[in-house]
Unconditional design. Sequence first.
Length: 173
Amino acid sequence: MKRIISLCAAAVLCLSLLSACGGPREDSPSVAPGKAADLAAFAQAVQEKHTFHSLERQDPEDEEIGVIVLGNYYPGLTDLELEQAEIYMPMISFSGGELALVQAKNEEDAAKVKEIFQARLDSKTTDGPGNYPEEVEMWQKYAKVAVANGTYVMLVNHEDADAIVEEFEALFE
């Protein structure tokens, strides 16, 4: 009798070990926590794959241009400590396209970046000073804010925004 119980216990132990060796389940998250992405390389790839018109990189470290421009269009962004920031804005406002990618130091700062990006999107989707009707329509139809892997945030305004968001999220799979 002791042998049978011992054999059953050993069989259950072996089965439990084998079940732990299975691959990921379909309902398991596909985003690997802590996985890093090179936002400069991603921004370059996006601009090569999807045609943007007259975008120029705004350097948050450049006191003369970057800080002033980013301070006007993304108030509060330059106050945060960011791991990476790749901000591309049109040289001509009317073109409407825009790409902003940020890696925040933590999820709390990422939430602040998301708020800043959403405020930018909201400001461009209404008629007002400096907003051309065609530009407002583009921001209303195509602009998206996305968060991936907890600390990465993207604002994109492009007719391929849905595909670009998918590419952004795929960086962390």
